[in-house]
Design a protein around this ligand. Structure first.
Ligand SMILES: [Zn+2]
Length: 133
């Protein structure tokens, strides 16, 4: 996993959506077997406004798919969803946030709470954060 310090240095602050992007990218790579940087394509939905858009930086950092290379794109949606595809064998996975987690995220207020929640996300395990299909 990308050290959190590196992610914060790149992104500028620690927040839950940055961490969710890091975790989603890591999980997507594992499930698709895609190679970082050039062996994948990502479509990310529902992250057009801050703080949700912070998720995009986490995804870029953990997968190496970047806007510069054009292998990550965002789409408008009411709900966050990440589709990752291995471009070598077309194996794809769709990740969504669990409903209970979405409620907690929507209720977060203030920087300190957000930072604490971000750190907690790193510890609770991806199976409690995402649903896969
Ligand atoms: Zn952010």
């Amino acid at each position: 996993m990308i050290p959190l310090k590196e992610a914060i240095k790149f992104h500028g602050h620690l927040g839950p959506y940055l961490v969710l992007g890091l975790l989603a990218g890591e999980l997507g790579l594992k499930k698709t077997g895609a190679k970082k940087y050039f062996g994948l394509e990502i479509k990310v939905y529902g992250v057009n406004i801050k703080p949700k858009s912070c998720l995009i930086d986490g995804l870029q950092l953990s997968t190496g798919a970047t806007y510069g290379k054009g292998n990550i794109r965002k789409y408008a949606s009411g709900r966050i969803k990440v589709i990752m595809r291995n471009t070598e064998d077309n194996k794809a996975v769709t990740l969504r946030l669990k409903g209970s987690l979405i409620k907690e995220l929507d209720n977060l207020k203030g920087h300190v709470n957000s930072e604490n929640f971000a750190r907690r996300l790193l510890k609770i395990g991806k199976q409690k954060i995402f649903t896969l299909n």
